[in-house]
Design a protein around this ligand. Structure first.
Ligand code: ADP
Ligand code: MG
Length: 292
C-alpha cells in the first residue's frame, strides 16, 4: 500500500501543477544529482520563428521560402511550422508535393514543382554531397545568436539558409541558477548544432552541453551519465526525448509536450516552467522525510 505521506505528497505536488504518475518516483527524485535538459521546448519557448533568409546561386528568396514551406507541409517538426508560418506571412500560395520523406535528426527530402529539395541541417546536405561552403559565414552568424540554421538545396545545389530563432524562456535562467545552488549538475542535451546550443546554454548559465545528438542517441547519453555513477533526472517534451525520459531515474515531461513524452515520464509539469523541476525534487525530499 502507498504510505499516507506519499499520498499527501502527490496531492501537494498537484497544487504546484506537477502531476505524478508514479508515486515511487518521488523516492528516486529525492536522490538525483544531475538534471539533463532538452533545449527546444524545454529551455526555450518552443515557438520557433524564421528571422533570416539568405540565398545563394541567384535563387530568389520568395521562391526559396515557397518551395521550403511547400515541402514542410508534410512535417510535424516545430521548425516546419516556423517555415510555413513565414510563407503565410508573405501570402505565398503553397505548392503540391510530388514526394516527401522525413529524416529524423536531419531534416526533410522531397520534390516540389519538379525541383528535388533537401531541407535540414549540415549533416543532411553533406550526406548528399552538396557544397555548403558559401553559407559558412551566414550560418555562423545565425548560430552564434542561438538561432538554428536550416540549409536548403535545390537539385543538389545550395540555394539558401534560414535562421530560425526559438528564444530562451526568461525563467529558465533563474531555474538553472536554483538547480546549481542545490548542487545539481545541469546538462543540456539537444539534436541542434553545437554553436547554437552553446549560445543558448551560455544565456541559460549551463556549462555542460551535449549537442548534435541523433534522435535515438539521447537515451545512450543518459546511460553514459548513469555509468559514471550519476542519478539522473531527464526533462524533455519531444518524441525524441521519450526513450531518455524512460531510461533516466526520473523522467519529467513538459505538460505541453508530445503525448509519448508524457507517457514515458513519471512527472508532468503543467506550468510551462523549469521551476517545476525544482518543486518536484523539493516536494519529493520533504515527502520522504515525513516517512522516516
Ligand atoms: P531537436 O528537436 O533537438 O532539434 P531533432 O532530431 O528533431 O532534434 O532535429 C535535429 C535537427 O534536424 C534540427 O535542429 C534541424 O536542423 C533538422 N531537422 C529536423 N527536422 C526538420 C524539418 N522538418 N525541417 C528542417 N530541419 C529539420
Ligand atoms: Mg524539445
Amino acid at each position: 500500500a502507498t504510505p499516507m505521506s506519499v499520498t499527501v505528497g502527490v496531492g501537494r505536488a498537484a497544487e504546484y501543477g506537477i502531476l505524478i504518475r508514479d508515486a515511487e518516483a518521488m523516492q528516486l527524485a529525492a536522490d538525483i544529482d544531475t538534471v539533463v535538459l532538452d533545449k527546444t521546448g524545454t529551455l526555450t519557448e518552443g515557438k520557433p520563428q524564421v528571422v533570416n533568409i539568405h540565398t545563394y546561386n541567384n535563387v530568389q528568396s520568395d521562391h526559396l521560402l515557397n518551395l521550403a514551406a511547400s515541402l514542410e507541409q508534410g512535417s510535424e517538426h516545430p521548425l516546419a511550422r516556423a517555415i510555413i508560418a513565414a510563407a503565410n506571412t508573405e501570402a505565398l500560395v503553397l505548392l503540391k508535393q510530388q514526394s516527401f520523406e522525413a529524416k529524423p535528426g536531419f531534416g526533410v527530402i522531397g520534390k516540389v514543382s519538379e525541383h528535388q529539395l533537401l531541407l535540414g541541417n549540415a549533416r543532411l546536405l553533406q550526406q548528399h554531397h552538396v557544397d555548403i561552403q558559401a553559407a559558412e559565414e551566414d550560418v555562423h552568424d545565425i548560430a552564434s545568436k542561438g538561432a538554428t540554421p536550416i540549409y536548403m538545396a535545390i537539385n543538389n545545389q545550395l540555394a539558401g539558409v534560414f535562421g530560425v530563432s526559438d528564444p530562451l524562456r526568461q525563467d529558465s535562467i533563474s531555474a538553472v541558477k536554483r538547480m546549481k545552488a542545490m548542487n545539481l549538475n545541469v546538462v543540456m542535451l539537444t539534436g541542434d548544432t553545437l554553436i547554437t546550443a552553446n549560445a543558448i546554454a551560455h544565456e541559460a548559465g549551463i556549462d555542460t552541453v551535449i549537442a548534435g545528438v541523433l534522435p535515438d542517441g539521447k537515451a545512450a547519453k543518459i546511460a553514459e551519465l548513469q555509468q559514471q555513477g550519476h542519478k539522473v533526472a531527464m526533462v524533455g517534451d519531444g518524441i525524441n526525448d521519450a526513450p531518455a525520459l524512460a531510461l533516466a531515474e526520473v523522467g519529467i515531461a513538459m505538460g505541453s509536450g508530445s503525448d509519448i513524452a508524457i507517457e514515458s515520464a513519471q512527472f508532468a509539469l503543467m506550468r510551462h516552467s523549469l521551476h517545476g523541476v525544482i518543486d518536484a525534487i523539493q516536494l519529493s525530499k520533504a515527502t520522504l522525510k515525513n516517512m522516516k
